[in-house]
Design a binder for this molecule. Structure first.
Ligand code: C2E
Ligand code: MG
Ligand code: MG
Ligand code: MG
Length: 294
């Protein structure tokens, strides 16, 4: 067909597109094997409060590809969504995260940490999702109150009633919700107020140029004000500099995540980081405990 169209017309089957399609199907084949071969791992990125104390972590999925090294989720999550692999993969992520939470819950220095897990739209829409999560909590012994599910606006936009109902079921188990990448999607404010959220997460694309781009600064200030007036925690992602941190804190954002505090790292490195953060904070910590008790 492409041939018949002649020399001077655009050919759909050009070599670059063919190569991209081949790469995609090769990655797809590898992706399907990867779960069984144990090539996925979770990395953990610390989240901090205003007193620069660690309050939790976000799990970020990594694929240790035999030939390509560590592959970022940006290059395979969408593919896994398209093929449906995201369902077993997402379950693996949740189970691994719950096991980690259960382990931390027995450790005095780590027991207070919450763990945020990214959940994709297709995974969240499974009819059995609530049951699966409930079973995972039971089988792993993870404290539900420490589990936070990160949803994006794209998850929430379809079939609002069903989504709200599912969120309420999970909330009844003690699970909390954060709205990830907030401001980059299409959710309406009317919708936002119906959702049982506890946290808004400011997308890193607004944080990056906060200090030089007055539009970004305005958006960030507005999100913080909105979150605070709705009674939600507001966390900023992609915090890389002290100056960004200072701006965020000054405008009422009280939780932060970003390279300034730590990159996503394997669990052993994460726990080591936590120990150093806790040791360096001990004087402030005791004073804060008193404050918390009020
Ligand atoms: P996200 O959930 O918005 O995660 C934040 C991304 O920002 C992560 O990229 C993290 O490594 C990166 N990041 C954190 N701090 C900084 C910083 O200070 N500067 C910069 N430049 N980047 C920072 P990552 O790990 O590549 O993940 C990309 C996306 O893949 C995530 O975005 C999330 O949407 C998705 N993802 C990751 N893990 C999972 C998972 O287990 N399940 C699902 N469904 N999606 C996942
Ligand atoms: Mg996230
Ligand atoms: Mg995010
Ligand atoms: Mg993001």
């Amino acid at each position: 067909q492409a041939k018949a169209a002649g020399r001077n017309t655009l050919c759909f089957f050009d070599p670059a597109m063919q190569a991209a399609a081949n790469a995609r199907s090769a990655m797809n084949a590898d992706l399907h094997e990867a779960l069984g071969l144990g090539q996925f791992e979770l990395h953990y990125q610390v989240q901090m409060n205003e007193q620069r104390q660690p309050i939790g972590a976000e799990t970020l999925l990594r694929w240790r590809h035999p030939h390509q090294g560590m592959v970022s989720p940006a290059s395979f999550i969408a593919l896994a969504e398209d093929t449906g692999l995201i369902v077993p993969l997402g379950n693996w992520v949740l189970e691994t995260a719950c096991r980690q939470l259960a382990t931390w819950s027995k450790h005095p220095e780590l027991a207070q940490l919450s763990l945020a897990v990214n959940v994709s739209a297709r995974q969240f829409r499974q009819l059995s999702f609530t049951d699966q999560v409930q079973q995972l909590l039971v089988s792993t012994g993870a404290p539900a109150s420490k589990l936070k599910l990160e949803l994006t606006e794209s998850t929430l936009i379809e079939d609002a009633d069903a989504v709200v109902q599912r969120m309420e079921e999970l909330q009844a188990l003690g699970i909390r919700f954060s709205l990830d990448d907030f401001g980059t999607g299409y959710s309406s404010l009317a919708y936002l107020k119906r959702l049982p959220l506890t946290q808004l997460k400011i997308d890193q694309s607004f944080v990056r140029d906060l200090l030089t781009d007055h539009n970004d600064a305005a958006i960030v200030k507005t999100i913080i004000a909105l979150g605070n007036s709705l009674g939600l925690d507001v966390i900023a992602e992609g915090v890389e500099t002290e100056a960004q941190l200072a701006f965020l804190a000054e405008h009422g954002c009280r939780q932060y995540q970003g390279y300034l505090f730590g990159k996503p790292v394997p669990v052993a490195a994460f726990e080591a980081l936590l120990m150093t953060l806790n040791t360096h904070r001990s004087p402030a910590k005791s004073c804060l405990h008193g404050h918390d008790a009020e």
